[in-house]
Design a protein around this ligand. Structure first.
Ligand SMILES: Nc1ncnc2c1ncn2[C@@H]1O[C@H](COP(=O)(O)OP(=O)(O)OP(=O)(O)O)[C@@H](O)[C@H]1O
Ligand SMILES: [Mg+2]
Length: 186
């Protein structure tokens, strides 16, 4: 049975507000599964990077080519038989629709946590400046994934490895071909 036929994902999109742990969890999850890790920010066109560096917020019009570039990367990796975990905020459903584009082998992993907990983690995070109000606006923008998006939703309260195991368990639960994933598979 090939991956597609048994519904195994070839790409996971780890989403959530800034500071929810996307980079941390996606990297550890990729390591756990033996998959490639990518940070979605890497796919911004130069014009977006320039805009962000100048301190200007991106509009949705700026975001579509960026999201499309990530979707193209997903297609490329999956077509070549690879597997990837991508950290990407993907706060709105419309953004996720571009990323997933109807593929049943692309799954959303939603990092769910309270604003208080995330603000506390951001305050402790080293090497990052967080403009005041950004977290507020992230929570206002956030459209948590709905049931029909078939997300894996995990609480971010646990330690990193616990969250990673929660995700792996949830992914296995949805599989028809039982437990015991080999490396590169779930
Ligand atoms: N489960 C966890 N327990 C404790 N600390 C955590 C956990 N997950 C992440 N962190 C810490 O929280 C901070 C934010 O995590 P991270 O940078 O991965 O978030 P992010 O969602 O990628 O943020 P951004 O959107 O700004 O890139 C980091 O300092 C990280 O070490
Ligand atoms: Mg990050």
């Amino acid at each position: 049975m090939n991956d597609k036929a048994c519904g195994a994902p070839c790409a996971l999109i780890v989403m959530g507000v800034s500071g929810s742990g996307k980079s941390t969890i996606a990297a550890r999850l990729a390591e756990r599964l033996g998959w490639t890790y990518e940070d979605g920010d890497r796919f911004h066109p130069a014009s977006n990077v320039a805009k962000m560096s100048a301190g200007h917020p991106l509009t949705d019009a700026d975001r579509w080519p960026w999201l499309q570039a990530i979707a193209d990367e997903i297609d490329r990796v999956c077509l070549s038989g690879g597997h990837v975990v991508i950290a990407c905020s993907a706060l709105k459903r419309a953004y996720r629709e571009v990323l997933v584009h109807g593929r049943s082998d692309v799954r959303i992993v939603f990092l769910s946590g309270t604003q208080t907990l995330i603000a506390d983690r951001l305050a402790r995070r080293k090497g990052h400046f967080m403009p005041p109000g950004l977290l507020d606006s992230q929570f206002k923008t956030l459209e948590p994934p709905a049931g029909d998006e078939n997300p894996v939703t995990v609480s971010i309260e646990a330690p990193v490895d616990g969250i990673v195991e929660d995700v792996v368990r949830e992914l296995k639960n949805g599989r028809a071909d039982g437990p015991g994933p080999a490396r590169n598979q779930i």
